[in-house]
Design a protein around this ligand. Sequence first.
Ligand code: FES
Length: 99
Amino acid sequence: MIVCHCQSISSHDIHAAIDWMRAADPDTLITPGKVYRALGKAADCGGCLPLFLDTMRRNDNLEVPMNLRGWRGGATQESKACKATRKSSTTSIGRSGAS
Ligand code: FES
C-alpha cells in the first residue's frame, strides 16, 4: 500500500527501513525523518504523516530501546557524576584587581 504519494513510499518500504535501522543500531531512536532519510527521500507536503506514523507503529522493531526509556535529553545516570578534579585552588582568570 502506498503511504506517501509525494515520494512513492509504500508500507513495505517503511517496514524495511525500520528493520534495517534496528539491525544496524539496536539503540537508535527511529523517527519518521530517519525513515525518509534511510529511503533517500524527504517529506514534501506532510499530508501522509498520520498514516506514515500509523504504519511505523505497527512495526515491532520501532520499540524504544529499554536503556533510552525515560531519557529526556539530559545526561545519563553514568555521566551525571562529575569526574573532573580541581587542579589548583589559585586559578583566577580575569578577576585580579578588577572591581
Ligand atoms: S504524501 Fe508524503 S510528503 Fe506528501
